[in-house]
Design a protein around this ligand. Structure first.
Ligand code: SER
Length: 315
């Protein structure tokens, strides 16, 4: 029986991708792993879990062999704001972690890999509106540099060794199961927690800052769909994805529809510069054409769902 390995399963995306994959493929097919112990917090409800550090090549290879893995979701990554604080750690995890996955794949007959890239591959020289799939990639953050390098690495391994490796450039991901950590788009999650707990949020970006976003259920759907798609129709390895774009003030306005007393202050910090270097809107038409990508959630339906779910969770 061939199995799927999820690396970084306690993170924001992994904690929701694992149960979704288990639903689709069967509980015993999905091996959830993370450097962290899930008892410390996230992911403690996984049916099966093993501690595994993607930077430990031998441990990764042994795990792949022992568990008959043929598909890997590699989600372990340091995000943009943390990457600016710790550039060497970002390079080490994001590049050497990916290299270990690719090498293990090459030597152990891994058939499929999904590795998320990011809108952080774009930079100040990229068109910021309706950013195309194939465009200038000159990021101004260490995180973006690791994602551009990663895109080249997966393309090389896919073409040279015939592994079906796919990637999506994720925008900000909004969800309520597990908090994101260390990203620039994190405000769009924090704002909901603070709105429900304290009816107030101090935003670290300007009110006019517009960024592309995606709701978690659409994100999970994309990560599952891209590996099931017909490779003969796919002429790219890496696809732009988006669900919605809004400014901080527009999101605050949407939240106020459900929490009328909600107030917001804007105190931009160093993350503003990162946000200003990223696209405002994304053209994801290639993903739509080549593998049928179609997000469901809008700012209205996302905000309603977030408020309903977080009220249950926090109050
Ligand atoms: N959510 C990420 C970040 O803000 C973007 O990929 O760093």
């Amino acid at each position: 029986m061939k199995r799927i390995l999820v690396i970084g399963s306690c993170g924001q995306i992994g904690s929701e991708l694992v149960p979704a994959l288990q639903n689709v493929e069967g509980i015993e097919i999905v091996c959830a792993t993370d450097k962290k112990n899930p008892q410390d917090g996230n992911g403690s409800n996984f049916a099966c879990f093993d501690q595994l550090d993607v930077l430990d090549y031998d441990a990764l290879e042994n795990f792949v062999k022992d568990n008959n893995i043929d598909t890997i979701y590699h989600l372990a990554s340091l995000l943009s704001a943390t990457g600016e604080k710790y550039p060497q750690t970002a390079w080490n995890l994001n590049i050497n972690g990916l290299m270990n996955v690719l090498e293990v794949a090459r030597k152990n007959d891994i058939k499929r890999i999904v590795w998320p890239s990011s809108i952080a591959v774009f930079g100040p020289t990229t068109p910021r509106e309706n950013t195309p799939n194939d465009t200038i990639l000159q990021p101004s953050t260490m995180y973006g540099i690791t994602k551009v390098t990663g895109e080249l690495m997966i393309t090389y391994y896919a073409e040279k060794y015939g592994i079906n490796i796919r990637s999506v450039r994720l925008p900000g991901i909004i969800s309520c199961e597990t908090l994101p950590g260390g990203g620039t788009t994190d405000y769009a999650v924090e704002i909901f927690y603070e709105a429900i707990k304290n009816q107030h949020y101090e935003c670290f970006l300007e009110k006019t800052t517009i960024l592309p976003m995606l709701y978690m259920s659409d994100c999970v759907k994309a990560l599952i769909q891209i590996i099931q798609a017909d490779p003969s129709r796919m002429h790219h390895r890496v696809y732009n994805l988006t669900g919605m774009s809004f400014s901080c003030a527009e999101l605050a306005h949407e939240i106020r529809k459900h929490i009328p007393d909600f107030t917001i202050d804007y105190k931009p910090d160093s993350r503003q510069q990162i946000a200003d270097s990223w696209p405002m809107t994304i053209d994801d038409s290639l993903a739509r054409e080549e593998w049928g990508w179609k997000p469901i959630y809008t700012i209205e339906t996302m905000a309603l769902d977030m408020v309903q779910k977080l009220r249950k969770k926090l109050l």
